[in-house]
Design a protein around this ligand. Structure first.
Ligand SMILES: Cc1cc2nc3c(=O)[nH]c(=O)nc-3n(C[C@H](O)[C@H](O)[C@H](O)COP(=O)(O)O)c2cc1C
Length: 194
């Protein structure tokens, strides 16, 4: 703690700020596999997200090769059903080039406020996880594509459709490239009141 200055000038704060700023979504990954232990470590960190009532609404499904292969075929089926076979083929090929698949779910609730708060906590957990991976040189893409709302994907992963919903399918790996991004200035999105 001694190193932390109130003005953002300490080294630790600069390192943290740079990590948050430089985490990028990417879709293009190297073939190199990511160690399972690194993902387990990232999940361990993810669960330290803020969480009202400590409901711990999240669950993390690490997909192995067999499950990934079946998921790719399901993706192909879904895109064929909703678009065209050509696009399905393209999407299946792109999916097959993604080394890491992780699904994050949130517990379902009939209480609207609790559901909103639980979803918020899951999103914070995912941010923790992706920041940790980013520090380890791993990039990710958070997706909410059709497959994440398809009953067949739940059946495949043995997720109870009545108990959980998918917040994210996270594709991860060592990045081929990291795109650049921009944001509005902080002044534009901040209102200071007396
Ligand atoms: C809830 C959520 C859902 C997202 N779903 C998708 C998606 O389905 N497809 C996609 O390409 N990116 C998706 N993204 C990633 C965003 O497109 C990405 O965060 C945005 O382009 C900003 O880039 P950055 O993450 O590098 O800052 C999603 C992000 C969030 C937070």
């Amino acid at each position: 703690m001694a190193e932390i200055a109130p003005d953002g000038e300490s080294r630790n704060l600069r390192v943290l700020a740079e990590r948050i700023r430089s985490r990028r979504t990417t879709k293009l990954f190297l073939r190199q596999k990511v160690s399972k232990q690194l993902i387990r470590d990232a999940i361990e960190l993810a669960r330290w997200a803020p969480n009202h009532h400590l409901t711990e609404p999240w669950h993390f499904y690490m997909l192995g090769e067999k499950t990934i292969a079946t998921s790719i075929e399901l993706l192909r089926t879904i895109v064929t059903e909703t678009k065209t076979a050509d696009l399905a083929d393209f999407k299946a090929k792109a999916a097959a080039a993604i080394p890491g698949w992780l699904v994050v779910t949130c517990k379902k609730s009939n209480d609207e406020l609790l559901q909103q708060e639980d979803y918020a906590s899951c999103c914070c957990a995912i941010q923790n996880l992706t920041l940790y991976l980013s520090e380890a040189g791993i990039a990710a893409k958070w997706t909410t594509g059709l497959i994440t709302r398809d009953r067949r994907f739940f059946d495949l992963l043995e997720i109870d459709w009545n108990e959980e919903f998918i917040v994210a399918l996270i594709w991860y790996g060592y990045p081929k490239i990291l795109p650049t991004q921009s944001r509005k200035s902080a002044e534009e999105i901040t209102t200071e009141k007396p």
